[in-house]
Design a protein around this ligand. Structure first.
Ligand code: UDP
Length: 230
């Protein structure tokens, strides 16, 4: 990039760099930790970005820490289509709703949360996309340096709340099976959104109802994603 005179970068990082946060909401100043190999890739690349900027301050870098992106494009033509068994909650719920899997396994119902299930900050992919546009605008600020922003809604939603919202949006029953905690999972993670609101002039517009509505629209139109039935 430097060889071609491009010294502006927006990096897709992740809230996973907060590890198991001791408290919420997570501010950008929280200590960072890698608690799984995926998180380590994000943390290392963040560090590399900070080093690039230190070594050559002409670089302007924005690190965006995504919380839990869900939903789909409202057209129903673009959405998530994981290969194999989905690791993430909402793609799995979606596959149960269209009849590709019999039930959702809920990983842990003994957390210190409102209903015992894990709490996350789900963010609509449209809001996430807008956050990137806001970040690109911010790169025109000559004083930007290397900055980090959370992209989340600031609201925590439990697994069971998310399942209920998806059932409402789809009219489908999502059978669940309770299981033990998934190793490495944090209990409660949600964003502090103040810095992004203040400095990027961006905030999430959509709630879990719209996320589930648009995800169901994509799923019901494309039950096998971009492929054909297995
Ligand atoms: N989860 C679950 N069943 C699944 C997948 C996820 O109960 O099949 C839970 C998981 O334990 C967590 C939440 O859903 O509390 C979000 O998980 P996801 O993997 O989507 O995001 P992450 O844990 O990386 O934030």
């Amino acid at each position: 990039m430097a060889a071609y005179g491009c010294k502006n970068l927006v990096f897709s990082s992740s809230a996973t760099v907060y590890g198991w946060p001791k408290e919420v909401s997570c501010t950008e100043e929280f200590p960072l930790a890698a608690v799984n190999p995926y998180g380590r890739t994000k943390l290392f690349i963040e560090e590399i970005c900070r080093d690039i900027h230190r070594s050559d301050p002409e670089w302007k870098i924005i690190l965006l820490r995504y919380f839990n992106p869900v939903g789909a494009h409202p057209s129903g033509h673009i959405g998530e289509d994981p290969r194999d068994i989905p690791n993430n909650l909402m793609p799995f719920v979606q596959q149960v709703a269209v009849g590709r899997r019999p039930a959702l396994t809920v990983f842990g119902n003994d957390y210190s949360t409102k209903d015992g299930t894990g709490v996350r900050d789900y963010i609509h992919v449209l809001d996430l996309a807008d956050g990137h546009i806001a970040a690109l605008r911010k790169l025109s600020d000559p004083n930007i340096g290397c900055e980090v922003y959370n992209l989340g809604t600031g609201k925590g939603t439990s697994v069971l709340e998310m399942v209920a919202a998806f059932e409402k949006a789809s009219g489908k029953k999502i059978p669940i099976v309770m299981a033990g905690r998934r190793p490495g999972d944090a209990e409660i993670v949600y964003a502090s959104t103040e810095k992004a609101e203040r400095e990027l002039n961006w905030r999430a517009k959509y709630g879990i109802e719209e996320m589930c509505r648009d995800q169901w629209n994509w799923a019901s139109k494309n039950p096998y994603g971009y492929g054909s039935p297995e």
